[in-house]
Design a protein around this ligand. Structure first.
Ligand code: AMP
Ligand code: MN
Ligand code: MN
Ligand code: MN
Length: 294
């Protein structure tokens, strides 16, 4: 076969990472589930940032569509001076420890949104707070601020909003005290869930720093890593699979779908987990044998 820089993607029956309007996605939980079903996904997880608000709606829609939807979340976690994302899957979302932890994260997000709006006002962009009210139907994130900046005309695209205003060192950057990796993994475990180290190649960490972050995750009891992710190319897929083997982690796959207008990240368009790596969905509380091939 000809060598290619493309990821060997295929229509996947399993997709365990996607977002809805409960956080920074563009589609309602119902529309996300319908899109997954239409694209041939049989086992999905809705994994909104620091919230499980969308889960009941997603599960009802999954019941209608005849597909399986496990309750999930994507938690931001502090590690050294950086941030990593930990996906929790197959959760009991009523677990008090998880509920309290998520409430803490959400309070941090709201506090940060106010600070970002204040900082942008000082930089001469004055009406972001009001726009943000409309943009964020659920838990607020920087993506909502980015959309407010586009609507206001300050920047042409969401990407430019991150580059000029929202990333570290820019006028609209405000730090967040996320919970530590050990804490978020403990919440996931308390809720009976499985912890997944999300999109390992997307943090811009050096190889050594990335390995140290995964080591901290493993020591906290983390069980899996996203081997296939919608955003990466073939090199990322190969590197993520090598990390799964090196740390003895199960493999997950998730598109990280947010927006139908970003067609390069689509639900169910994912490379396979290599056959020597155990798949994370075999660890779910109910054995979902029919999904074995992914
Ligand atoms: P937050 O968790 O609120 O700090 O925001 C992180 C989210 O912003 C990610 O999950 C992405 O959805 C989005 N994001 C981060 N960087 C970019 C970027 N450069 N362009 C577009 N979206 C981005
Ligand atoms: Mn996001
Ligand atoms: Mn993420
Ligand atoms: Mn995500």
């Amino acid at each position: 076969m000809k060598a290619t820089s493309e990821t060997p993607v295929s229509a996947s029956r399993v997709d365990l990472h996607m977002h809805s309007t409960a956080s920074d996605g563009h589609l309602s939980p119902t529309a996300v589930v319908q899109r997954a079903a239409d694209r041939g996904v049989r086992l999905m997880a809705l994994t909104d940032h620091d919230t499980v608000e969308g889960i009941p709606e997603a599960q009802a829609a999954a019941g209608q569509s005849g597909i399986d939807c496990v309750p999930g979340i994507e938690l931001s976690a502090r590690w050294a001076r950086g941030v990593v994302h930990i996906v929790g899957l197959d959760l009991d979302v009523t677990t008090p420890m998880l509920v309290e932890g998520v409430a803490r994260q959400q309070a941090e997000r709201r506090r940060r949104a106010v600070r970002i709006a204040e900082q942008l006002a000082r930089a001469g962009i004055s009406d972001i707070a009001e726009r943000l009210e409309r943009m964020a139907q659920g838990v607020p994130g920087r993506a909502h601020v980015a959309r407010a900046l586009v609507e206001q005309g300050a920047v042409p695209t969401v990407q430019a909003a991150f580059e000029r205003y929202l990333k570290r060192g820019r006028p609209g950057y405000a730090p967040v005290q996320w919970a530590r990796i050990e804490e978020v993994v403990a919440w996931i475990h308390a809720a009976g869930g499985v912890a997944v180290f999300a999109h390992p190649l997307r943090y811009g960490l050096s190889r050594g720093a990335l390995r140290a972050a995964i080591q901290a995750f493993v020591e906290a009891g983390g069980q899996a890593i996203e081997v296939a992710n919608g955003g990466g190319g073939r090199d990322d897929h190969v590197a993520a699979a090598a990390l799964a083997r090196r740390f003895g982690l199960a493999g997950s796959k998730g598109s990280d779908f947010h927006d139908p207008d970003f067609p390069w990240i689509e639900i169910g368009r994912l490379a396979p987990v290599p056959p020597d790596i155990p798949v994370v969905w075999e660890r779910f509380s109910e054995t979902l044998a029919e999904h074995a091939s992914g």
